[in-house]
Design a protein around this ligand. Structure first.
Ligand code: SF4
Length: 429
């Protein structure tokens, strides 16, 4: 019998808020329908009044890959046309779970496979999942759970890549080593991202070098035996941390770039929540929604707010970002990136975006101005609310957007020292 599936603890405990949710599952997201699911959907609604709506609103993409053979045509406000007035899915209600596309049936859960092990992680694009993943101390622990709670186990994605590829063969071991580095909480997150970058740089130079790695699984394992322990040695980490800490990097260019990403998404993002959020962040840091002022000044403001956040709420902030970074490794296989270093680079850019967004959140600015008059529980509750809003809106409207993803891969460049240098820039933002 197969081993029990492994769940992120918060995912096992998750309950959808349904009509009490501050958002809906689908606003701002793209909903592909696979070839198989399109057939099941058409068959499930055949002979009912929904057949015509499905024919009209589920738009075929005959040239798309089998997993994206059609898309749901979202309404002009970005919401799914099949939602009813109570924000429930009318297709689910009338025809059952079996007619839903895979993304709708699994959201906000992400089902994947590491080797033969089925795992279920959570998506921060759901505000309730974000609350649970970020705010509960043991949220990210992986625990066994029942098969009945795995939505659509048949769509569990294995680590992408060629079957004989060293990264695919040793995916679990490499991911476990990355998680060990992220948990080195004696060092600031910037340094931990730097450690990951250095480590990925070394592994890529062997497994993604100009000459393809010619060894078998055992030889790849020997490379890992040699390269992983030094990155776990405290004196080695301490030395790397000292090097990172002395590096002076300008924050202005990163602030300008992150603001332009926010503005690009604001121009096209659907739904009621993202635009006011992005405007609030930009006005709070630049003084205008267009962020036309000096990025250096905005960066100095970000840095001042972070000094205050670290001093007053350091442990809580540390938890948000530890959980966020660990969740990224559990929800998105690193082999989906062109290289391990590119994957870590994308993580560093995402963390930088969240640092900008949280520092710029008007509630954080207000909290800083009024903190001394509030009890610490009240302060934490306000900070938690702002953090959940930042993390879920950025996950939903920025991180997965195809234009942002391709921008990030372009910025990562060809890998090697160039990517590592840029990674350090974002890590220290
Ligand atoms: S976004 Fe999350 S909490 Fe809200 S309706 Fe969807 S699954 Fe439920």
């Amino acid at each position: 019998m197969d081993a029990l599936p492994r769940f992120v603890r918060s995912v096992l405990e998750f309950q959808c808020l349904a009509d009490r949710c501050e958002d809906t599952c689908c606003v701002g997201l793209r909903i592909p329908v696979s070839e198989e699911r399109l057939a099941k959907l058409r068959e499930g609604v055949a002979g009912t009044p929904d057949a015509e709506r499905v024919a009209m609103l589920v738009v075929p993409q005959p040239d798309g890959p089998p997993a994206e053979r059609a898309f749901i045509q979202m309404g002009s406000d970005g919401s799914c046309p099949f939602l009813d007035t109570q924000k429930f899915c009318s297709l689910h209600r009338r025809h059952g779970e079996r007619v839903l596309p895979d993304g709708c049936a699994t959201f906000p859960r992400i089902v994947s496979k590491v080797g033969e092990q089925v795992e279920v992680a959570g998506s921060l694009a759901c505000p309730e999942m974000a609350r649970r993943l970020l705010l509960k101390a043991d949220a990210l622990e992986q625990v066994p759970g029942p098969w009945e709670q795995v939505p659509r186990p048949e769509v569990a994605r294995p680590f992408p890549g060629e079957p004989g590829d060293a990264y695919v063969l040793h995916a679990e071991r490499i991911r476990a080593a990355a998680l060990v580095l992220l948990h080195q909480q004696g060092f600031p997150l910037a340094s931990r991202l730097g450690f990951l970058g250095q480590w990925a740089f070394q592994l890529d130079s062997i497994f993604r070098g100009e000459a393809p790695f010619a060894g078998d699984a055992e030889q790849a394992g020997q490379v890992l035996d040699a390269l992983l322990p030094p990155f776990e040695a405290p004196d080695k980490l301490e030395a790397m941390h000292r090097d990172f800490a002395t590096l002076e990097v300008p924050g202005g260019p990163c602030a300008g770039l992150l603001a332009s990403m926010l503005k690009a998404r604001r121009a096209v993002a659907r739904g009621e929540r993202f635009k006011p959020f992005a405007d609030g962040v930009l006005v709070s840091l630049w003084g205008s929604e267009e962020a036309e002022g000096s990025p250096e000044e905005a960066w100095r403001e970000v840095a001042a707010r972070w000094d205050w956040l670290d001093a007053v709420h350091g442990a809580r902030i540390q938890q948000y970002f530890l959980h966020y970074t660990v969740n990224q490794w559990l929800r998105a296989p690193f082999t989906e990136a062109p290289s391990l270093l590119a994957y870590v680079f994308r993580l560093a850019v995402r963390v930088a975006m969240l640092r900008l967004a949280l520092a710029g959140h008007p509630a954080v600015a207000a909290l800083r101005a009024s903190a001394s008059g509030l009890a610490s529980e009240e302060q934490q509750a306000l900070l938690d609310r702002a953090a959940v809003e930042c993390f879920y809106l950025v996950a939903r409207h920025v991180e997965q957007a195809p234009d942002i993803l391709s921008l990030v891969w372009n910025m990562a460049g060809a890998g090697g020292a160039e990517t590592l240098g840029k990674l350090i820039l974002f890590s220290k933002f």
